[in-house]
Design a protein around this ligand. Structure first.
Ligand code: CO
Length: 131
């Protein structure tokens, strides 16, 4: 079973500005802005080659993305890997001692997703998405 990168997520202060740049550089149109209430973000996806950029903008002041923006000033926020083996893979990853950030929830593509603790994943926030 080989998984693939579903998207690379980029945190921004201003989704519209980011859309313009990434539309230009990818040569594609960004998707309609979609609110993900579980993560308190607005998202827009842009296809680039085999994968996508997910542009993120926080909704409100008390969100994980707001914290990330104030700490890091934006940039790559997470990488999402898609698998058809969602539940089993989570079990396997947890058994190696990697912690999850909460339980699976419904992500931006209306698919089940879960995040792993970046301290356990080489300082890269990884999102796992069910194919
Ligand atoms: Co994502």
């Amino acid at each position: 079973m080989e998984n693939k990168i579903a998207h690379v997520a980029i945190a921004t202060e201003n989704l519209e500005d980011a859309k313009s740049f990434f539309e230009l550089i990818s040569g594609n149109k960004a998707s309609k802005v979609h609110e993900v209430s579980s993560q308190k973000v607005n998202t827009s996806f842009i296809k680039i080659g085999e994968t996508n950029f997910e542009l993120l903008e926080p909704i409100g002041d008390d969100t994980p993305i707001t914290k990330f923006l104030s700490k890091a000033g934006g940039g790559i926020h997470h990488i999402c890997i898609e698998t058809s083996n969602f539940d089993e893979l989570i079990k396997q990853i947890k058994s190696t001692g990697v912690r999850t950030l909460g339980e699976p929830s419904i992500g931006a593509m209306d698919k089940r997703v879960i995040f792993f603790h970046p301290k356990d994943t080489f300082n890269v926030l990884i999102e796992l998405e069910e194919a």
